[in-house]
Design a protein around this ligand. Structure first.
Ligand code: FE2
Length: 486
């Protein structure tokens, strides 16, 4: 059990305070996947690691949180158990911690010390919160250089990951279809497949550096399970419901094992409650949504389609009734409301009239119901954060509010400054103000002055070592319509 220790009572202790839990030191370091923290809230944060390799038995794992990187002032410590049935992953709820300052944590197991991670918890009275929104890290499409830059940003309170942490596809030879490095194994179908895929991704040193530097708040999208799945429906029509449920259960178990999540986000079979809320200081409420688990099947066929009658069904569900009610119940809190979610929210009508039915454009009645529900509760200008499209966009939500779509960490490779089709797309959608098609992330700040979005981009991801450039900056306010380019 965690033992929070009051700072004042704690004497300076030696750095080797972690007990030797097992007399035999394993030959191989079991911390090959690094460390992570996440879901910081109140006085606690989740600490994560997974032992790999690990013996086929439960393994005790000691942990510590300190006020300093040398672990001289220990604030909390305890012991967890890495179990084979959880892939030897551990998720520790470390409580009794001070908010609003950096904290350091580490583990010890099998006679080895983990690398130290740094984390922090937003203070309840924080007047400025900074975070990154990003997602979509197709391993084969590029190097995770963006993570190395994000790791170096010491001002961040957390990283928001909006989905596509892994891609489930089979490995493709390097040099084919944009592949610059290769997935190990075939398409992910079983728990072992998904675990191995997460282990491959989490072996990336840039991704490990980002996890060790900042707490993450993670959501999943489709590729954690299967491209464009929707609720109980597989992308492949004709897939037996029980088969897809088994695949989903395996995928969600592996996802939850590899993320720093609270117990409330553990799946039960193919069911999971991934949506949750965070208070960001005195400024804002962050609603992390799940647009994948509770939606109807895509109407009119998947991907880009000309609207058919089914698109306009009045009972369209994107969040599902329960999540929608939960979201609106949380809209009464004062300040800015940030909806962190996966797919493009604003209308995005392609020049030939088609829309993406996998995005909110496939569920326009659900979108309108959500916006009018928010307006009825006084949330006139929500901020919606999105990913999925592997491009950066900024849009003014028709009726009020702003959408900031981040690009990808690596999916779709180097990209370019702008899609050739972008001018026609923006002309058709005058509420879309900005477009960029390189890889990178968006850095956000919330303060009394409002909400800002800085778009960062890399000139290439097909080889390591790219510099990062800030390419544009925008601001919006919860009490005013519109987005200003700064
Ligand atoms: Fe993606």
């Amino acid at each position: 059990m965690p033992r929070p220790l009051a700072l004042a009572r704690r004497a300076v202790i030696a750095t080797l305070a972690l007990p030797a839990l097992h007399p035999a030191r394993a030959a191989e370091n079991p911390f090959s996947l690094g460390v992570a923290s996440g879901d910081p809230e109140g006085d606690s944060v989740i600490l994560w690691t997974r032992l790999l390799p690990a013996p086929a038995r439960p393994v005790p794992v000691a942990w510590q949180v300190a006020a300093d990187p040398a672990f001289r002032r220990i604030l909390a410590e305890g012991q967890g158990l890495a179990r084979p049935e959880s892939g030897h992953a551990v998720q520790i709820e470390a409580g009794g911690l001070p908010a609003g300052r950096p904290l350091w944590y580490r583990f010890r197991a099998l006679g080895h010390d983990s690398p130290a991670g740094r984390t922090r918890i937003p203070a309840a009275d924080a007047a400025r919160i900074a975070f990154v929104n990003t997602g979509c890290q197709h391993y084969e499409h590029g190097f995770f250089t963006a993570w190395r830059h994000i790791a170096a940003d010491e001002e961040l309170d957390f990283v928001l990951f909006n989905g596509d942490y892994i891609y489930e596809y089979a490995g493709r030879p390097v040099g084919t279809r944009g592949s610059v490095r290769r997935h190990e194994g075939g398409e992910c179908l079983t728990l072992e497949d998904y675990r191995a895929r997460y282990a491959q991704y989490r072996s990336d040193p840039d991704l490990q550096a980002a996890h060790a530097a900042h707490p993450f708040i993670v959501a999943f999208d489709d590729h954690e399970v299967e491209n464009n799945w929707a609720g109980p429906h597989s992308e492949t029509s004709g897939t037996a419901a029980a088969d897809f449920a088994a695949r989903k259960a395996a995928a969600l178990q592996a996802w939850s094992e590899h993320m720093p999540l609270r117990p409330a986000q553990r799946p039960a079979g193919a069911a999971i409650r991934a949506y949750r809320r965070f208070r960001l200081g005195r400024l804002a409420t962050l609603h992390v949504l799940d647009t994948r688990s509770h939606r109807d099947d895509q109407p009119c066929g998947d991907r880009l389609q000309h609207p058919c009658a089914e698109l306009f069904r009045p009972d369209a569900e994107m969040l599902g009734a329960e999540q929608e009610a939960w979201l609106l119940a949380g809209a009464a809190a004062p300040g800015l409301h940030i909806l962190a979610q996966q797919v493009f929210f604003c209308p995005r009508i392609f020049p030939d009239g088609r829309v993406s039915t996998d995005a909110w454009d496939g569920y326009p009645a659900a979108r309108e119901r959500l916006l009018s529900g928010l307006r009825a509760r006084g949330v006139l200008h929500p901020v919606v954060l999105s990913g999925d499209v592997h491009r950066a966009f900024v849009a003014e939500i028709p009726g009020g509010g702003a959408e900031f779509v981040c690009t990808s960490i690596s999916s779709e490779g180097d990209g370019r400054e702008a899609d050739p089709a972008a001018p026609a797309l923006l002309a058709r959608n005058p509420h879309i103000l900005f477009h960029h098609a390189r890889r990178g992330w968006t850095r956000h700040e919330v303060s009394d002055d409002g909400f800002t979005a800085e778009y960062w981009a890399l000139p290439f991801v097909s080889r390591p070592g790219a510099p990062a450039h800030r390419i544009a900056r925008f601001a919006t306010r919860p009490d005013r319509p519109g987005v200003a380019r700064l």
